[in-house]
Every structure is written in structure tokens, then in C-alpha cells.
Ligand binder design. Sequence first.
Ligand SMILES: NC(=O)CC[C@H](N)C(=O)O
Length: 365
Amino acid sequence: MKRQLILENGETFVGEAIGSEQEKNGEVVFNTGMTGYQEILSDPSYCGQIVTMTYPLIGNYGINRNDFESVKPSINGLIVREATEYPSHFRSQLSINDWLMNEDIPGVQGIDTRKLTRMIRNSGTLKGRLCSMDADVEQVVAELKDMHLATDQVSRVSTKSRYMNPGPKERIVLIDYGVKKGIVKDLVSEGYEVLVVPYSMTTKEVLALQPDGIVLSNGPGNPTDVPEAIETVKGLIGKIPMFGICLGHQLIALACGAVTTKMNFGHRGSNHPVKDLRTGHIAMTSQNHGYTVNEESLQNTDLEITHINVNDSSVEGVRHKELPVFSVQYHPEASPGPEDAKGLFKEFKQLVETNQEELRGKTHA
Ligand SMILES: NC(=O)CC[C@H](N)C(=O)O
């Protein structure tokens, strides 16, 4: 069966339908990863977006039960050049097509994904709709032009109630704006007790949990869509050591008075080189973001830049000049390097331990 992708600029791409039959709108973005499609499909930061994979063959190692980043995928659609019909891997349980069908997510294969990617690179991300061949293109284009991108994604993907992953060491409160399982896994493997809490928690509620450290997760959408989260972060800065990842990084920047802006087509992929300005080291990182912290706006804050993107010099990491707070725009829990960025969890550990020692010193004094 044929299916088409209609874009707000009037362009259409016709291919073969995969996945669910329902029609879906979304911001069409592209990801340059050659692998990792299962993690991408289940990363809550893609909530409401339609993802184009630039690598032409997607699905060759299938879908397995272990590699999901969330329980319920929130992506609105998938666009690939070719979806493997018969995957081959000892862990594979489903083909990508069967999985999309089970999850009621529409997709299309067989379209010119290079052309589509070039279009997005030139004009920025585009609103689009995956729909049947009898859709009225003119009408869909008009509807897409009028359509506002959603602003409530964080509330849709954040956990509704808190839950705990037990561990023998310090207690980390992980604020869930759309957390990827990988972050929980990396914190648990450090031995922490990890309390995952809803995004809407106030400063007081978080402090009542007596955390030894706070991690702000990744999450979908524009960081300015969650002003209540910015307020909470503002209240917590300086009180408890804090580490922000992706959306968490943007929230720290906003809480400290910096500005975030929307990028033209963002960074999505697993081959983004990031330079640590303190050591000169370059890490291969996994990224998925459409917003960025504005460099100039950091001048009026107490934050300093620790990391930059080697491709476009955008801000990739900051730390507070005096308080135990730091963050990165990329995903240290992902493993494209494969271990390149894991050191950040050690930096956080150091921060938590130093703070514990200081607290002990104060009580003994
Ligand atoms: N992965 C993320 O946390 C993304 C952050 C934010 N939604 C952005 O697109 O910039």
C-alpha cells in the first residue's frame, strides 16, 4: 500500500506504508545514526515528532525486548529508505514494521530520504503529515501551516507518580521530564538509590525527599514550555549537587538567567563531536535536541562554558562558577563512543561525594 508524506512547504513524498494506518502530524526531523533505531523510536524526547533516518537501511538487527528507552513510545512517525523485512540478530524478536504496527505508529519507506534531509537542512525542520494517497494535498498543506506544535509533551511523557530503584549508596532524585532508561541504568550502576519523580514537583517537595544529588533528565519540546520546572530548578541550585542532561541542561541555563533558542534543524545522531574545553578531549556523542543555550546570554550568568560542539561551536556543556551544578546538551548515558562521555557520571559522583564530606565536616565542627 502506498502512503505519502506531505510537508508544510507543499512538497510531497510517496512511498510504501509501514506500521500503523493512522494519519499523524508532526515536526519532521532527521537523525544521522547508522544504528540505534530502537532507542530513537522509544526516546521520549522525540514525543510528537516524525523522524527520518538518513542511513538507508534500518531494522536489520530487528527489535528486541531489552533496548527500549521507555515503556510507551511517543514518536509520531518514522521515515526510512528501506525497512528490513527479515531482521537477523540473536536478540531480535520483531521486525521494525511489526513493532510499528503493534505500537500504532505510522511510517513510510522507499522515499528519497536524502532529498528530504537536504530540504530540512536548507529550510529548517518542517511540519508534516503521514497520510493516505487520497488526501487533498492543498488542504493538508493549509492545515499544516496553521498547525501549532504541541507544548505539553513533558507532561505527557513524565512519570505520574514517583518510583524507586534501590541501591546501597547515596540517594539521587532524578527529575523525569521524559527520562531515557539509560540514565536510570547508569545511575543505578553507580550504586545509587534512584528516586524518579514527576517533572511538576516543587523545590520544597524535592528537598523533602532529602536527596544527596539531583539529576535533571532529558525531555521533549521547548524548555520554555515548562516554566514550573525552571522555578523548581532555580530553587534547588546551590542546595544539592546537580547534573543536567539535554533538556535538564537547558533548564539549568534558563534558571540561571540564560536564554535558549530554537536551532534550524538541530542535532540528532550518534556522531556529534564535542570538545571538553578543560582538557581538549573530543568525545563522540549521541544527541537529540532542537533547542540550544545561547552562548552570549551566558555572559550575564554565573555559568561558564565547559563543552562546545566541534561542528558548529554551539554550547554543549556548562558549569556553575561557584555552586555544584553542571550540565551537558548531549547524552552521556548513550554509547556511541562507546564510553567517551561516561566520565560525566564520575564527575557527578565526585560532586556528590565532596558535598557529603563538606556536610560531615559541618556536623562535626
Ligand atoms: N533530548 C532532549 O532532552 C531534548 C531537549 C529539547 N527538547 C530539545 O529539543 O532541544
